[in-house]
Design a protein around this ligand. Structure first.
Ligand code: ATP
Ligand code: MG
Ligand code: MG
Length: 554
């Protein structure tokens, strides 16, 4: 039946099922921290977890890992939900780690009672100093042997807001000589007098990641908790914390790690992307140059192309850099199937068809998309004065230039064969317009022998009198080097490409007047373009998604 090869994560699940794990108990989660917008790296994790959910018909929770009110905001929660939905996935439950604050607190109290947690009243520098090194054991805190009663009292008063930030922390009492440094009495709670976007001022102590994550998985009965490699060392602690609360008969979550996906010519870290926004390098989180899901959406990427990218890149055990040209390839491949073809001229040169009557116009049939199963057509106006692309005309050109040159013929797409006769210039020698003649019998699709004449070269064009104008935003790589984070001496911000955005005015066939924000098109011979969200009837704005072929990897 299914011959698709399994990745190592799927092998882990298959093995668990073989060993008797109940398929109906499979449950996954995607756990973003709402401290920024999702980026293309998250897409890998989303596609992995939700993909498993679809493959195994298992529920997948969207869980906000919201334990740090200093960095988290409702705006980010909303953006994350929008992006996961847009990618085409449905979560079972919308969960928040903050919903478990009371349960986590109660469990922490239970740990104190079992003498497995204590309040440390040293500052963070002292605690760090006592941590030791991988080869040297740490030192016990002088507060490590506080009585249970004192710990219970202090912890409750921490919760009640009697202390300032940093005065006390709650630590798990594990082993200060443990070979895994993360097991050396990790901090479970810290004091933070900061309102939380969901719990407001209910809490002034907040649980740390390690204490929160596994317990949240347990509360939700997540069977397999997949995270990125930097958490591999945390697994032991994840398991230790689970041991403290696990009861027989329940699903015991299993953490496994996979490699982060990095993309060339950009950064995929919310913290760094935030800097790009805050320092004004880009306009916003959804600036079309950003590797965020919302930026890619605004740039014109489809959910299918991003999912296809994530599938193609796959899940790996080792980190590597994926070239952004693969992402662009995926966009191009899908847009080629779905984007209607239209004509637009970005750098206009006027041509005058001298044998076409003044004041006359005709509306010609133009095919919308040759990839459609049943072809559909629209009308485009043809008249005496047209724009073509300036680079499509050369006064002097070699034999390989199959575009317009004096005395030679080209076909105008969906229209007629024309020939260039005369170049009109200003005093400085700049070309103002080119006078041409057309063959009235050569109209495309008319079936005449003239229309079937083979001419090398077909140009796109737009009728001057009917053209809509639009602002076009053309994008280049945001960073001028493949790995802006590689150089340890320099800040990644030093590798910003100063020319990542250019704007142009384009002339469009009139059918585009109706184009709505989010609509995607192929501008024939130029690339794929998408109507920007700020576009309006008064000012049409298009973002270039990607060119028709890879112009970068040369
Ligand atoms: P960032 O540094 O961008 O904030 P993060 O890992 O801290 O990344 P989270 O919001 O915690 O961001 O991520 C949610 C999930 O997405 C986690 O399971 C995380 O491991 C995964 N993830 C984040 N970045 C990547 C990436 N580049 N490739 C694959 N998975 C990722
Ligand atoms: Mg995280
Ligand atoms: Mg982070």
């Amino acid at each position: 039946e299914d011959v698709k090869s399994l990745n190592f994560i799927e092998h882990i699940i298959e093995e668990d099922l073989r060993e008797g794990f109940d398929k109906k108990a499979l449950r996954f989660r995607f756990p973003p921290e709402p401290n920024g917008y999702l980026h293309i790296g998250h897409a890998s994790s989303i596609c992995l977890n939700f993909g498993l959910g679809l493959d195994y018909e298992a529920p997948v929770n969207l869980r906000f890992d919201d334990t740090n009110p200093e960095k988290e905001e409702k705006e980010f929660v909303e953006a994350i939900k929008r992006d996961v939905e847009w990618l085409g996935f449905e979560w079972e439950n919308e969960c928040y780690a903050s919903d478990y604050f009371q349960q986590l607190y109660d469990w922490a109290v239970a740990l104190i009672k079992q003498n497995k947690a204590y309040v440390d009243s040293q500052d963070s520098a002292a605690i760090a100093q006592q941590k030791g090194t991988p080869t040297k054991a740490g030192t016990d805190s002088p507060y490590r042997n506080r009585s249970v009663e004192e710990n219970l009292d202090l912890f409750e008063r921490m919760k009640n807001g009697e202390f300032k930030a940093g005065e006390h922390v709650l630590r798990a009492k594990i082993d200060m000589a443990h070979q895994n440094m993360l097991m050396r009495d990790p901090i479970m709670y810290r004091i933070l007098h900061k309102a939380h976007h969901r719990t407001g001022n209910d809490w002034c102590i907040y649980p740390m990641y390690d204490w929160t994550h596994g317990e949240s998985d347990y509360i939700e009965q997540v069977s397999h908790s997949f995270c990125t490699l930097e958490f591999a060392m945390h697994r032991e602690l994840y398991d230790w914390f689970l041991d403290q609360v696990y009861t027989e008969g329940k699903v015991r979550p299993k953490q496994r790690e996979f490699a982060r996906r990095n993309l060339s010519h950009t950064v995929v870290s919310k913290r760094k992307l935030l800097r790009l926004v805050e320092e004004g390098v880009v306009e916003s989180w959804d600036d079309p140059r950003m590797p965020t899901i919302s930026g890619l959406r605004r740039r014109g990427y489809t959910p299918e192309s991003i999912r296809n990218f994530a599938d193609t890149v796959g899940i790996a055990k080792r980190e590597n850099l994926v070239d952004v040209s693969l992402l662009e390839f995926c966009a191009r491949e899908h847009l080629n199937k779905i984007a209607p073809r239209v004509m637009a001229v970005l750098d206009p040169l006027k041509i005058v068809i001298t044998n076409y009557p003044e004041g006359q116009e005709e509306w010609l049939d133009a095919e919308n998309n040759p990839e459609e199963e049943e072809l559909t057509y629209r009308k485009v106006p043809f008249s005496r004065e047209l724009y073509i692309e300036r680079e499509d005309f050369k006064e002097e050109a070699n034999r390989k230039f199959f575009r317009l040159k004096p005395g030679k013929e080209v076909r105008l797409k969906n229209a007629y064969i024309i020939q260039a006769d005369k170049v009109i210039k200003d005093e400085a020698g700049n070309i103002l317009e080119v006078h041409c003649t057309y063959d009235p019998l050569s109209r495309s699709g008319s079936g005449t022998p003239e229309s079937m004449r083979k001419v090398k070269g077909t140009l796109h064009w737009v009728s001057v009198a009917h053209a809509e104008t639009a602002t076009i935003r053309l994008y280049d790589r945001l960073f001028s080097v493949a790995e802006p984070e590689e150089n340890k001496e320099k800040d990644f911000m030093e590798f910003i490409n100063p020319d990542s955005l250019q704007t142009a005015t384009a002339y469009l066939e009139p059918s585009l007047k109706e184009a709505q924000p989010g609509d995607r098109f192929q501008f024939q011979r130029l690339g794929y373009f998408c109507v920007d969200k700020s576009s309006s009837e008064n000012e049409l704005i298009f973002n270039k998604t990607v060119g028709l072929r890879d112009s970068w990897a040369k």
